[in-house]
Ligand binder design. Structure first.
Ligand code: COA
Length: 445
């Protein structure tokens, strides 16, 4: 069977930073602990006035290509996943390829380019497309460049304003990859939902509290579907569990439900029985409300056991370290969680080759997908090339007034002329509008 997965990975963090508990919360009259303790968010990344989904995607891709000595000749396919597209016809991948062609002698003339849409899950779907393209043998020895890029901005005053973010993740997918290989097995949970949507509008209509319920429901279905193919999963066989992370607090809610699900019937359930009792099962109850109430109580007890807290601290918390500093990147969020896990393993000098991650993606509208990834022998060498800490630290810190200007500047319904707060260097930048309303870009040395 063909071994396909991620051979190289990189990211681009928007050049601006908004301190959520320190700058945003006081202006909104909110307790900073809503961010620190409730949502698990410390900062959001924002795009400067010369940044957008194209520059961020091109910058992530350029760094990936340079650090891994790739040229356009190595890439047979470019797929962009985004929910912030500004063109209903011309895909963002063509703009990004155009940017990259400014800095490479070769071009992407024979690369198949496209754009994927299904809210935040489309990055994972693009990985799936790359997997199928390579496994089918249509790739002629080349790899696929998958880019997840978004400016996750909400209407000012909307509850979602608390969970904004901007950035891009670029991934190079090949046969016999260096970092992780994808499992053939996957599980899907999918239903027609209206928790978050953008019907011909820039900023989303979102029912945030409902979207959390839909996330959990689809995730459970995807997990059941996955287990129906693989058999039971043991919680200690999951080295890391990167989830789609609109904000870390969401993952905290999802992780305990996943744990409750996978310990069922294992020795873990026996070992903690004295502390938490037996997990309620629906067939033992005539009344559904009573069952759900017992299940809630069981889950609350479970989430405070040492056994669970230790599992969460080792396998889930490490996936949230970047997210809590950048906010929601929509399509990129689950891939940011994967990078965070890999960096954690690197910083702690862990030996993880042949161990597994369970990757749990979600997109509103709504669909969840679960698959496994196995760490490959070249992971450490590839992760050593990343400079995530430096990128996070070099962002410009926004005042609240600057934040409002930046938000207006990216609002397509408002005409503003805002001076950039940072100076682009060694990166792509927006360079104005063309005659047909197209966006133009330049590379700034
Ligand atoms: N100390 C500790 N925790 C606090 C707190 C304080 N002072 N104040 C609030 N909190 C907690 C709340 O209890 C809540 O946690 P809980 O859900 O575990 O109860 C959390 O912080 C958030 O507070 P809440 O009042 O629910 O915030 P909100 O009404 O502003 O809404 C979201 C939060 C996430 C629903 C909202 O920001 C949103 O809609 N975001 C967009 C979500 C989205 O895009 N979804 C689609 C993609 S998945």
């Amino acid at each position: 069977m063909t071994n396909v997965g991620i051979d190289a990975i990189d990211l681009w963090v928007g050049n601006l930073r908004l301190d959520l508990p320190g700058t945003f919360a006081p202006e909104k009259g909110e307790d900073p602990n809503k961010y620190k303790k409730g949502l698990g968010l410390y900062a959001s990344s924002f795009p400067d006035s010369y940044e957008d989904i194209v520059t961020m995607g091109a910058n992530a891709s350029y760094r990936l290509m340079e650090r891994n000595e790739l040229t356009p000749e190595d890439i047979g396919r470019i797929d962009v996943a985004t929910e912030s597209a500004f063109d209903k016809s011309k895909p963002v991948s063509t703009y990004i390829a155009g940017c990259l062609e400014k800095v490479y002698e070769e071009d992407f003339r024979h690369a198949n380019k496209g754009e994927r849409k299904f809210a935040c899950i489309s990055g994972t779907q693009s990985l799936n497309d790359a997997y199928n393209w390579i496994a089918s043998g249509r790739n002629r020895g080349k790899g696929a460049l998958v880019i997840a890029t978004d400016t996750a901005l909400y209407e000012r005053g909307d509850a979602g304003e608390a969970t904004q973010g901007a950035g891009a993740v670029a991934m190079y997918i090949t046969e016999d990859p260096s970092i992780v290989s994808f499992s053939k097995e996957q599980g899907i949970g999918s239903a027609d939902e209206t928790d978050f949507l953008k019907p011909n509008q820039q900023f989303p209509s979102v029912d945030g509290h409902r979207s959390m319920q839909v996330y959990l429901a689809r995730m459970r279905e995807a997990l059941e579907d996955y287990k129906s193919v693989t058999g039971d999963i043991h919680p200690d066989d999951i080295t890391y569990g990167p989830f789609h992370t609109p904000f870390p607090g969401m993952v905290k809610k999802a992780a305990v439900l996943a744990y409750r699900n996978v310990i069922r019937g294992t020795e873990v359930a026996d070992e903690i029985e004295d502390e938490v009792g037996r997990q309620p099962e629906p067939e033992d109850y005539d009344d559904e409300e009573e069952y759900l109430e017992e299940l809630r109580e069981f889950t609350d007890t479970l989430r405070n056991t040492d056994r669970y807290l230790d599992w969460y601290a080792k396998r889930i918390e490490p996936t949230l370290q970047i997210s809590e500093q950048v906010g929601n990147w929509y399509t990129g969020s689950v891939h940011v969680a994967r990078i965070s896990a890999l960096l954690h393993a690197f910083e702690h000098d862990r030996s993880i080759v042949d161990e597994q991650m369970i990757v749990a993606s979600y997109g509103s509208g709504a669909q969840a997908e679960i698959h496994a990834e196995t760490f490959q022998s070249g992971w450490k060498q590839k992760i050593a090339k990343l400079d995530v800490e430096e990128q996070l630290a070099s962002r410009y810190d926004l005042t609240f007034a600057e934040y409002e200007q930046v938000h207006d500047n990216h609002n397509l319904d408002i005409e503003t002329d805002v001076e950039p707060l940072t100076t682009p260097e060694d990166q792509f930048a927006f360079d104005g509008w063309g005659a047909m309303g197209e966006r133009k870009y330049r590379f700034v040395d």
